[in-house]
Design a protein around this ligand. Structure first.
Ligand code: NAD
Length: 267
């Protein structure tokens, strides 16, 4: 199967690194034209753009902090000025600010919730407004628009020491389902992706030594760490008409991390 996104305009937040970059490259490979959003790393965003262009695709980079309403609105305005509209939004931007619960500062809590959860609200609202205004364009997609919310296995697996992060991902689950319910009559699909351990800068300490990787693999029945390209392929399929009847659910892509591996041998 080789899903086509030919002629569709896609915005991926946090596309200068890790999973977002993998998703952007995969969507572009399927024919979408891309907006590469980034927060700070201009050179990395331009490198993603260059990689897409070198492969014959179309892309440009836009700086915006997804937790700021004015910056999100300005980013969508830039996208509409260039591509006229949006067909696919991938809410990927996210970060961790870890600490023991009793030591967690309000600033660490607010930063993670603002970027991981409020950022998805601000971007999804802009995209949904445009999808509803424009409606279905028959020769591009059966849907008026697609929103993919990057969640995590921690939307269902509690995570001590990372309470702000787990709360943001649990929040994304109910956010995603609620807007999917509200937007389905407009032919807008909203889906979540719940990655397990994917090899990116966000979790470098969990895979950058053989000892750390061995420990991590005890949590992954399939016995390998995931790659951004794994998530890229799933996002491409979910955004395509091949997945036209999927909305309001999270697909976990985790090598079995959500299978409670601690119970594999009688618990
Ligand atoms: P990463 O650190 O490589 O990438 C994070 C991206 O978010 C970067 O591109 C960064 O620029 C962007 N970002 C951060 N703050 C931003 C802001 N305020 N505005 C705009 N962009 C901002 O990490 P990653 O692993 O690629 O993470 C991407 C997403 O995948 C996150 O939502 C993360 O929670 C999720 N995730 C990752 C894993 C994993 O194992 N790597 C597992 C589950 C979920």
């Amino acid at each position: 199967m080789n899903p086509s996104l030919k002629g569709q305009a896609a915005l991926v937040t946090g596309a200068d690194s890790g999973i977002g970059k993998g998703v952007a490259l995969a969507l572009a490979g399927a024919g979408a034209k891309l907006v590469i959003n980034y927060a700070h790393n201009h050179d990395a965003a331009e490198a993603t753009v260059a990689e897409i262009k070198a492969a014959g695709g179309e892309a440009f980079a836009v700086q915006a902090d997804v937790s700021h309403e004015d910056q999100v609105k300005a980013m969508f305005a830039q996208m509409y000025a260039q591509y006229g509209t949006i067909d696919i939004l991938v809410n990927n931007a996210g970060l961790q600010k870890d600490s023991r619960f009793v030591d967690m500062t309000l600033d660490d809590w607010n930063t993670v919730i603002s970027i991981n959860l409020t950022g998805q609200f601000l971007c999804s609202r802009e995209a949904a407004r445009e999808f509803i205004r424009r409606g279905v364009v028959e020769d591009r997609s059966r849907a008026a628009g697609k929103i993919i919310c990057m969640s995590s296995v921690h939307e269902v697996i509690p995570w001590g020491g990372h309470v702000n992060y787990a709360a943001s991902k649990g929040g994304i689950s109910m956010f995603m389902k609620s807007i999917a319910q509200e937007l389905a009559p407009h032919k807008i699909r909203v889906v979540g992706i719940g990655p397990g351990a994917i090899q990116t800068p966000i979790n470098k300490s969990a895979w950058d030594t053989p000892e750390a990787l061995d420990k991590l693999l005890t949590l992954i029945p399939y016995n390998r760490i995931g790659k951004p390209d794994d998530i890229g392929k799933l996002a491409t399929w979910l955004a395509s008409d091949e997945a036209d009847y999927i909305t309001g659910t999270t697909i976990f892509m985790d090598g079995g991390m959500t299978l409670y591996p601690g119970f594999a041998d009688n618990g």
